[in-house]
Write a protein that binds this ligand. Structure first.
Ligand SMILES: C=C(O[C@H]1C=CC=C(C(=O)O)[C@@H]1O)C(=O)O
Length: 329
């Protein structure tokens, strides 16, 4: 889908999405040059656009690429200790530490071809390719729903804990760290829904696939009497402890000040918002920013006081593979 005419809508508070309809891309944290962007499509047949010359990627890309340097293993190690210490001192129950890595964009790289490769390969995930002048171009394959539904029937999920598939199959056993990591997300979601007097029905936790990885997931199903406050609900859910931490506000501030780089649209959310039709919004994970000269890939992982540096680093490496695997033919 595409919006070919009119102004693109931008917002700085999720509440402003109440009553709005369109395709949304929201950052982890919205600020002066990181708006929540709402595309209101007027064209659903992209073939018709093929004849229209494309605008070149705008200047934002250069600034973007400048501010997103790689976090080396050394830098990651320093941050890992800076995150684990307050966890061990019980200031936080959970913190998600993430990083980005940058690759040179090869002349042969085609965003559309990468999108089709991802769609074919990641049948269990939501695969998107999105460009707006405000956000630049993003491609992702995410396993995590933040809010989906239509009419009276809605759902959200608690997805956390990571293991590799075992000979292509879902693992049966999960260690206590992974279980705890996911339980913290599930109990946060329960609490947030309770503040709206919502008593969801639950399914899980159960193991699900995301590319070559497996996660633990709990589904929460609930009814909504009216759908004009989806922005309020998103504000209540985002950022979940699958990408942020607990306690929420304190963890959010800690990450913004200590993670040392701008997550941009990684770990925000993306998808269709339609209060009078169907909504399907996903946490923006396993994604990359496609710049003029560089590709910036993102990945993070939930830390608990017991987390081990080598395991967490390896987990981010594996998550980065999701996008790496589709950048080459
Ligand atoms: C933060 C990410 O994943 C989240 C979703 C599933 C499992 C996660 C984990 O095991 O840490 C993360 O909470 C990411 O992919 O960058």
């Amino acid at each position: 889908m595409a919006q070919t005419t009119g102004h693109i809508r931008t917002f700085y508070d999720l509440k402003e999405l109440n009553g709005e309809q369109g395709f949304v891309i929201a950052p982890f944290h919205s600020g002066s040059n990181k708006p929540i962007v709402l595309i209101q499509p007027d064209c659903l047949e992209l073939e018709k656009l093929a004849a229209t010359p494309c605008e070149p990627l705008n200047e934002l890309d250069d600034a973007f690429e400048e501010s997103n340097r790689d976090a080396s293993k050394k830098e990651y190690t320093r941050k890992f200790h800076a995150f684990v210490q307050p966890l061990q001192e019980k200031e936080f129950d959970k913190l998600v530490l993430s990083r980005s890595t940058t690759l040179r964009r090869e002349a042969t790289f085609s965003p559309a071809a990468a999108f089709f490769r991802a769609s074919k390969r990641y049948t269990h995930s939501y695969v998107y390719l999105c460009y707006t002048p405000q956000t630049g171009m993003w491609l992702g394959s995410t396993p995590e729903i933040i809010l989906s539904g239509e009419q009276g029937s809605w759902s959200t999920t608690a997805l956390a804990g990571t293991q590799s598939l075992q000979q292509g199959e879902l693992p049966i056993n999960w260690d206590s760290k992974n279980k705890k990591e996911q339980q913290l997300v599930a109990s946060y979601i329960r609490r947030q829904l309770q503040t709206l007097h919502i008593q969801p029905t639950e399914k899980g936790p159960y193991a699900v696939r995301a590319g070559e990885l497996a996660h633990l997931k709990t589904d929460f199903h609930f009814a909504l009497q009216e759908t004009n406050s989806l922005g309020d609900m998103l504000k209540l859910l985002h950022p979940t402890p699958a990408v942020c931490g607990l306690p929420k506000e304190k963890a959010y501030r800690f990450i913004l000040s200590q993670e040392g780089y701008d997550r941009s649209y990684y770990s925000g959310f993306i998808g269709n918002l339609n209060p009078s039709g169907r909504t399907d919004l996903y946490v923006n994970l396993r994604c990359m920013h496609i710049g003029k000269e560089r590709l910036t890939l993102y990945a993070g992982g939930g830390l608990l006081p017991t987390s081990k540096l080598a395991d967490e680093w390896n987990e981010t490496e594996k998550k980065l593979q999701t996008m790496l695997a589709i950048t080459n033919n």
